[in-house]
Design a protein around this ligand. Structure first.
Ligand code: NI
Length: 264
């Protein structure tokens, strides 16, 4: 017959300690994945450079950071686009620009700045024309010509396409040669160029994974973009490029496919 041991049961102690460690592990993982304050650089939320306390609002229901993509069409326009880049840099925000090929000449430095500051650059045709019903030759004169110009300026060749007016057909899907990006929030900022209305409309429809369509050729839209960023930062959103948005959600972007959002 065994005598009852007077010293602690080390196996039980170790097991209990193991259980404690196991219970704590998710919290260590959470601490390691805390995003930095939004104002530093939103894209850092996607890297391991985190630090600082998380905002209680910064995560959606399933614990993921709330991500949103600002996209700007019809530029570059030196005056407004440069002002926009200044304000986005101050706020640590990355955006996506769908550019008009015919406006690249004499704006190469603006396009290079977008690229160097971590924004994403895409194609919005050469002349801002409808791409539906075009032959391959005419399509290439709009899309591939712009792609080549961007490639010459930036030295890479991985540009997304946004067709003007968001009008799509099978020919566009066949000829695109890259993913096609539409949007899920459109405040029609070109319509009245009313800063307050645009801000209200975007902020009230914002949700995790959304793609916002705006135009960086109007000063009112640039002002609206800053207010939208400031308001949505307060709600815990992080602004990322389209590519970062889909990568963060493990949604691969494929050539000839159309994407309007990355809602969870
Ligand atoms: Ni456009």
């Amino acid at each position: 017959m065994f005598r009852r041991k007077s010293y602690p049961d080390w196996a039980a102690v170790l097991a209990a300690f193991g259980l404690l460690l196991g219970a704590a592990a998710p919290w260590f993982a959470l601490v390691l994945s805390i995003p930095p304050p939004a104002v530093q650089a939103d894209a850092q939320v996607l890297t391991d450079e985190g630090g600082g306390p998380p905002s209680p609002q910064a995560r959606s229901g399933d614990g993921q950071p709330k991500l949103i993509a600002l996209t700007f069409d019809d530029g570059p326009r030196r005056s407004t686009t440069t002002a926009l880049l200044d304000g986005l840099a101050e706020r640590g925000v990355k955006a996506t620009f769908f550019l008009i090929g015919g406006q690249l000449e004499n704006n190469e430095d603006v396009v290079r700045r977008m690229d160097e500051e971590g924004h994403q650059v895409g194609i919005h045709t050469f002349d801002h024309v409808r791409l539906t019903g075009l032959s391959k030759v005419d399509f290439d004169a709009q899309v591939d010509r712009t792609r080549q110009l961007l490639k010459n300026i930036l030295g890479h060749n991985d540009f997304l396409l946004r067709p003007p007016y968001g009008i799509m057909d099978d020919g566009i899907r066949r000829h695109a040669g890259c993913p096609i990006i539409l949007w899920s929030i459109d405040p029609e900022d070109w319509r009245d160029q009313n800063t307050a209305r645009v801000v209200e409309q975007v902020v009230s429809s914002a949700r995790d994974g959304a793609i916002i369509l705006m135009h960086d050729i109007f000063p009112e839209s640039v002002d609206a973009a800053f207010q939208i960023v400031d308001r949505l930062h307060q709600q815990g959103y992080f602004f990322v490029t389209v590519e970062q948005l889909f990568a963060a959600r493990c949604l691969p972007l494929e050539a000839g496919q159309t994407y309007s959002d990355a809602y969870p």
